[in-house]
Write a protein of this length. Structure first.
Lengths: 128, 263
């Protein structure tokens, strides 16, 4: 991967993610906030944050692959959810997707996303 | 410029004014602060979302111009609004007047921005192309006199970009520092940012962009000043401040994301 991972015992992550990533080469890719719509623009998993999370990461993977990368290319993700209660389900879905340590990560509970049915949105920065 | 617009297989975003992804060779990149509908006198312009959105994009245009850039060079936009219906009714159309090329985009509805009457704030990442030449690694500048503790634009000329996870007031043993204590959490978050920057070979002067997420802008405003000034020693990054309803743990009052650049 054209980036390295930064860790320090003086400041540790509160979950299984990288504390920081430093780009060492490649192209800088910004991925739009991905939401749970399918190829036809329909919302997948209305009211079901777990199903939405799976679709969001599938969409994220699609953009990364189209850019010549994959989920492992991600230096940083930001996960936006609308309810803190949804976080455990989202964390579980993320764990299944990343199979190990997440990229550098931020989790924010927003008032809402750009459609009232969206429960999760994830954006990313990658080196590809 | 060697910008590539990434469409994925499904052109879902076509007609929506943004791309699923945009990649560039990061030779020179500009990060802007989040800008809002404040007029030249520092007060919000009258008339609600439409005029505030227009004003925010006009001010961003000023920041872009200072770097010889245009909206077509924007690779990422982040739009924060406090009222989605108002944005759909009269903000989105203002945005469309400024953009030709479509950047990667994220849109969020947040609880509050710096001023309770503020309806929209927009920040940009911009590909400036060209070669860093003999320019300094970071060029921090203002396009307007604003008197705030931030720069409106920071240009990264080469170097390596460093993305930090959102930093919170946690101790190495996993406990939360300063439960219910804004001042202590502010100190701890910047302490953690300092540790991570040092581990990466960077300093507070390396910080390009800062996004601060807080549960209360009023409380944060009472405590952040001395802590931030002590940390940055006058060398402030571009920044955005947003009030949201929650962070990953109920004890966290503030989370700060930092992007830095090092040689």
């Amino acid at each position: 991967m054209p980036f390295s991972t930064i860790a320090t015992p003086e400041a540790k992550p509160v979950a299984n993610y990288k504390m920081a990533t430093r780009m060492e080469g490649g192209r800088l890719l910004y991925v739009s906030g991905q939401v749970a719509w399918d190829a036809t623009g329909n919302i997948v998993g209305k009211g079901d944050v777990r199903a939405q999370a799976r679709q969001v990461f599938e969409n994220l993977r699609g953009v990364l692959r189209a850019a010549g990368g994959d989920l492992a290319s991600l230096m940083k993700i930001t996960t936006y959810i609308t309810k803190l209660e949804d976080f455990p389900a989202v964390a579980q879905a993320r764990g299944e997707v990343f199979q190990g340590e997440l990229p550098a990560s931020t989790l924010i509970v927003v008032k809402s996303l750009f459609h009232p049915d969206f429960l999760i949105e994830v954006e990313g920065v990658a080196a590809v | 410029m060697d910008r590539r617009d990434i469409l994925a297989e499904r052109p879902l975003e076509s007609g929506r004014g943004f791309m699923p992804g945009v990649s560039v060779n990061p030779s020179r990149v500009l990060f802007t602060a989040g800008l809002t509908g404040r007029g030249p006198d520092g007060n919000l312009v009258a008339g609600g979302m439409g005029p505030q959105a227009r004003r925010a994009f006009e001010r961003l245009q000023g920041v872009l111009s200072r770097a010889d850039a245009r909206f077509d060079n924007v690779i990422k936009q982040l739009v924060y609004v406090t009222d989605l219906d108002a944005y759909n009714a009269s903000g989105r159309a203002e945005r469309a007047k400024f953009f030709g090329a479509r950047p990667a985009s994220t849109g969020l509805v947040v609880r509050r921005l710096a001023d309770p009457a503020m309806l929209i704030e927009v920040e940009l990442v911009v590909d400036l192309g060209g070669s860093p030449g003999g320019k300094p690694l970071l060029e921090k500048y203002n396009a307007e006199n604003h008197g705030g503790d931030f720069h409106q634009g920071v240009i990264v000329n080469g170097g390596r970009l460093l993305y930090l996870a959102g930093q919170v007031a946690n101790n190495p043993d996993g406990s939360v520092a300063g439960v219910g204590d804004w001042r202590r959490q502010a100190e701890k978050v910047y302490e953690n940012i300092g540790h991570v920057l040092r581990a990466a070979g960077a300093t507070s002067a390396s910080v390009v962009k800062e996004t601060t997420w807080v549960l209360s802008i009023d409380s944060w405003g009472q405590h952040r000043g001395p802590v931030r000034r002590d940390f940055y020693k006058g060398d402030f990054p571009a920044s955005t401040l947003v009030e949201i309803p929650g962070l990953a743990r109920p004890e966290f009052l503030v989370e700060i994301e930092v992007i830095a650049a090092i040689v």
